[in-house]
Write a protein that binds this ligand. Structure first.
Ligand code: HEM
Length: 544
């Protein structure tokens, strides 16, 4: 319906109201109709509340009256990431403007140059913002993922002290190896009993145990227990439900009308219990007990550091604030690495040449050490990076512009616009990664290999001797953005890589995995991270 027709109808109706006396109901009905038609005229192809943006005409994805692109985005919710990739390919551009109820104008970008501008060059202008904060705060509170400005700086600065080479060495000798050994025992048992296992669930248990111990001194021991993992189940539920809010502008109402609000509350309560127990236990600890826990190196964990923090008035963090630290770091430390390992092993199981190369590498190495993981496990590092490129555990992100800005390609951004970028889509963008972008090719990570590589081309070379394997390519943070980039780059990048390499070293030297037939290709479930929808069922076969 064209704007001028609607305006004429509105005009006629207005006159009619003024002309004759009407009953109250009639007046209300007419008023509602006029308001509706007025809105229709004002928002003919974009969501209510958004401004017309003729400057974005060339990149705008035309929407429906009043709701803009809301329906199209919700319709694709279950394959949202794939649809981003497809839409960018369809328009053959790396920028797109849409509007959505609740989120307003969203400018989606798919280009490392634009990403660098948002994440680094004009970093101060793009914040997480109010909408993101209100959606995430029930689970993440005001933790590092959900904060901006001074609060974010406090979290970042305090936490950064935990990530040092000294700690990494201790972790490889301790938690990483201990938990990987425990995982090997679980796999051993499954192999002996001929019982398939869910590899994704096991990786999640391993990373939860390792990170809870390291960060908050918690002994969750989910790997050692059979049956349900109460923390993991509650946490997963809360993360998936939280993500759903992005696609539902009325989530506050609909959650209350269904049983979701109560279920969400219960899930958060379960998660909180772990956090508060750890905090209480630490508050009760005597100086002698603290000394014993920290060991000879007086190593402080995350909880120690955040409990020691004081603002300029000497105020310490309260229990709720410490709880937020816990939850934010658990999502960072548990889900991401476990999901990356799950997607990686899925790809490895599909490609015997890659599997063989990993074996060649790990079979000539002994027990993991810091030097070995950082220098000698180059092929495995490439395999892990390749999995992160195609399956980034934080697959998309949203920022809000604080003030007007102009992107390097000339696109105008107005204050309040949202910028959406999907690391998943950038990782599959052929203009960025070459024609073989959608393929799993660890070889692309080696210097000297151009993008036209053949799968398994290097199968017959020997990883540690061949010059081709000499150095893993260091890509720009904006091209390979799976760990984010700029001032908010992932704090746990080295932690995650070393943990994953320890796991790969220890399990691939002892076991081969084979996909249980008939389960189909894994699909990601829409979430804040990138879990597989179904269990990743594998047969475990001892190698030696
Ligand atoms: C493969 C594993 C991992 C991947 C792919 C990954 C990726 C990311 C990404 C994309 C972000 C930016 C998120 C955002 O701003 O919304 C991020 C932030 C962060 N990550 Fe990781 N991460 C991984 C593992 C870890 C681990 C193991 C830790 C902790 C030990 C960690 C700690 C953090 C922290 C603290 C931030 C917040 C940084 C900030 O906002 O300043 N990450 N990570």
């Amino acid at each position: 319906m064209s704007t001028s027709i609607v305006s004429t109808i509105v005009h006629i109706l207005k006159n009619r109201i003024q002309q004759g006396a009407r009953s109250r109901t009639q007046k209300a009905g007419l008023f509602a109709l006029i308001s509706f038609l007025f809105l229709l005229a004002k928002y003919p192809n974009r969501a209510i509340g958004t401004r017309p943006r003729p400057d974005l005409d060339g990149i705008t994805w035309k929407g429906m009256p009043l709701i803009g692109n809301t329906y199209a985005l919700i319709k694709n919710r279950n394959r949202f990431l794939e649809s981003i990739v497809e839409n960018f390919e369809k328009v053959d551009r790396d920028i797109m403007s849409t509007t959505m109820l609740g989120l307003g104008r969203i400018i989606a970008i798919n280009d490392p140059v634009l990403l660098e501008h948002i994440l680094k060059t004009n970093f101060e202008n793009y914040e997480k913002g109010y909408i993101l904060n209100s959606i995430l705060s029930q689970i993440l509170g005001n933790g590092i993922f959900n904060s901006d400005g001074a609060l974010w700086k406090m979290h970042r600065k305090t936490a950064s002290h935990v990530f040092s080479t000294k700690i990494y060495r201790a972790l490889i000798d301790g938690a990483f190896t201990t938990h990987s050994t425990q995982l090997c025992a679980v796999l051993d048992r499954a192999a002996k009993e001929g019982r398939p296992v869910d590899l994704q669930a096991l990786f999640l248990r391993l990373t939860l145990d390792a990170f809870a111990k390291l960060s908050f001194g918690l002994e969750i021991d989910s790997l050692g227990k059979d049956g349900k993992d109460p923390f993991g189940s509650a946490f997963d539920y809360a993360v998936v439900e939280t993500d759903e809010r992005f696609m539902n502008p009325l989530w506050r109402v609909t959650e209350h009308l269904s049983s979701k609000a109560d279920k969400m509350k219960s899930a958060v309560k379960v998660v909180d219990k772990y956090a508060y127990e750890a905090i209480q236990a630490r508050r009760k600890e005597t100086p002698e007990e603290a000394k014993e826990r920290q060991g000879a190196g007086a190593r402080e964990d995350l909880l120690d550091l955040f409990m020691k923090w004081r603002d300029e008035d000497g105020r310490a963090l309260n229990d709720t604030e410490l709880r937020d630290v816990f939850i934010n770091f658990i999502i960072a430390g548990r889900d991401t690495t476990a999901q990356a390992l799950s997607w990686m092993y899925y790809e490895v199981m599909k490609c015997p040449a890659v599997e063989k190369n990993i074996w060649r590498e790990v079979d000539q190495l002994g027990k993991p050490t810091y030097e070995m993981l950082t220098k000698d496990m180059r092929y495995s590092t490439a395999v892990f990076m390749e999995a992160l490129r195609l399956y980034p555990p934080v697959p998309r992100n949203l920022k809000t512009a604080v003030a007007d800005d102009v992107l390097p390609n000339g696109t105008q951004v107005k204050a309040g616009d949202r910028i959406m970028f999907s690391t998943y889509a950038i990782g599959r963008n052929k203009a960025v990664w070459g024609p073989q972008a959608p393929e799993f090719l660890p070889e692309r990570w080696f210097e000297g290999n151009n993008i036209e590589i053949e799968k398994g081309l290097l199968t017959n070379s020997t990883p540690s001797n061949d010059h081709v394997w000499a150095k893993v390519r260091k890509e720009s943070q904006y091209k390979f953005s799976s760990f984010n980039a700029g001032p908010r780059i992932c704090l746990g990048q080295t932690f995650a890589t070393l943990e994953a390499l320890t796991v790969i070293n220890m399990i691939s030297s002892r076991f081969q995995f084979k996909l249980v037939p008939g389960q189909g290709a894994p699909e990601p479930v829409p979430s804040l991270t990138l879990p597989m929808k179904n269990p990743l069922m594998v047969h475990v076969i001892p190698r030696k």
